[in-house]
Design a protein around this ligand. Structure first.
Ligand code: SF4
Length: 334
């Protein structure tokens, strides 16, 4: 019997309307939209880590925000542990409030995501208060202590009455992780959790996430633009370009044998510890096209080093190349 995935995303679209003031009028009208997420589907197993990678503006953060209900999908369905998310969904469904007890997000910026006026104890206890959980004071203190210590802040009591500005960047991100873990979620959505940190503490935070995943069997959607961190602990990789997944598959296979020209270019410029393993660098020409006016055909064709004429016309869909490894490129069509 196949297990129900922890998370399923089916045909997800998120468009942001662009408003323009009409000449001589005070009214504003949406005349086009930014296609931030444009027909994305994937599934995440229990205890699995899926890395979503791509350049800035590819839609990966919008996916993260939509998964946790901070953005409303324009279309499509998000299914958490077999239940559709949202009050309007058909049965069986799970409300956003229930989802946020079981799924938590770690934001990119530990400086902005912590309330500067709250103590560390108040910050980590807040999710328990919001969800009306653990009302007994002693049990609440024990839950906060355990979350802080799990996040590597020991002894936890030393941090209770401190404020975010008294901590280093790495310690703040540990507080963010503790406040996400205090509800004992089954799913973590980590949006570039180490990109604002010094290189010296990135490995510590990645180790912590890997450790939490191993000890708690938690599923993680790990959003990043940095392929070197992906290799570290992702089971699978989804590569995004302009709102679409262009390649998805087992991490080792995608990194060793990328099939989509965009993935090949990303991997070719990622740092590698052994210079002898470096591939020939593929430097993409031009800028990422405007997501309001997407190119016709394959949206990667204006920058693709191996594009052919038909790429300007035909829009490639993901095709299965081997078990669980898919890519969307017309050159791969059999
Ligand atoms: Fe490049 Fe054409 Fe493949 Fe798109 S379909 S990635 S433009 S070769």
């Amino acid at each position: 019997m196949t297990q129900t995935p922890m998370l399923e995303v089916r045909g997800l679209f998120k468009y942001f309307p662009v408003h323009q003031a009409l000449l001589g009028s005070l009214t504003r009208r949406a005349h086009s939209s930014v296609k931030a997420v444009d027909d994305v589907s994937f599934a995440l197993g229990h205890g699995e880590v899926l890395a979503v990678v791509g350049e800035s503006g590819c839609g990966k953060t919008t996916i993260a925000r939509t998964l946790i209900g901070l953005e409303t999908p324009t279309n499509g369905e998000i299914v958490f542990d077999g239940k559709a998310v949202g009050a309007r969904a058909k049965q069986p469904h799970i409300s956003l409030k229930q989802l946020r007890q079981r799924a938590q997000m770690i934001f990119q910026d530990p400086y902005e995501s912590l309330n500067p006026r709250a103590t560390i104890f108040e910050i980590v206890a807040e999710p328990l208060v919001v969800h009306g959980m653990i009302k007994d004071r002693r049990e609440r203190i024990a839950a906060v202590k355990s979350a802080l210590e799990d996040a590597g802040l020991r002894p936890a009591e030393d941090y209770f009455m401190r404020y975010p500005h008294e901590l280093s960047g790495g310690q703040r991100q540990r507080v963010v992780i503790a406040s996400a873990m205090v509800l004992q979620p089954e799913l973590l959505i980590a949006d570039e959790p180490v990109s604002m940190l010094d290189v010296s503490i990135r490995a510590e935070i990645l180790n912590l996430l890997r450790d939490l995943r191993q000890r708690r069997g938690i599923s993680i959607v790990f959003i990043t633009h940095d392929l070197s961190t992906v290799a570290y602990f992702a089971d699978r990789i989804a590569v995004m370009y302009l709102g679409r997944i262009v390649e998805i598959g087992p991490a080792r296979e995608v990194l060793k044998s990328p099939q989509h020209p965009y993935t090949k270019a990303l991997i070719s410029v990622a740092p590698v510890p052994n210079p002898r393993l470096r591939r020939e660098r593929v430097i993409l020409q031009g800028e990422t096209p405007n997501p309001i006016n997407l190119p016709t055909g394959c949206r990667f064709h204006p920058r693709c080093p191996v594009a052919i004429d038909i790429c300007k016309v035909n829009d490639p869909q993901l095709i299965e190349l081997s078990a669980g490894h898919q890519a969307a490129c017309l050159l791969l069509t059999k």
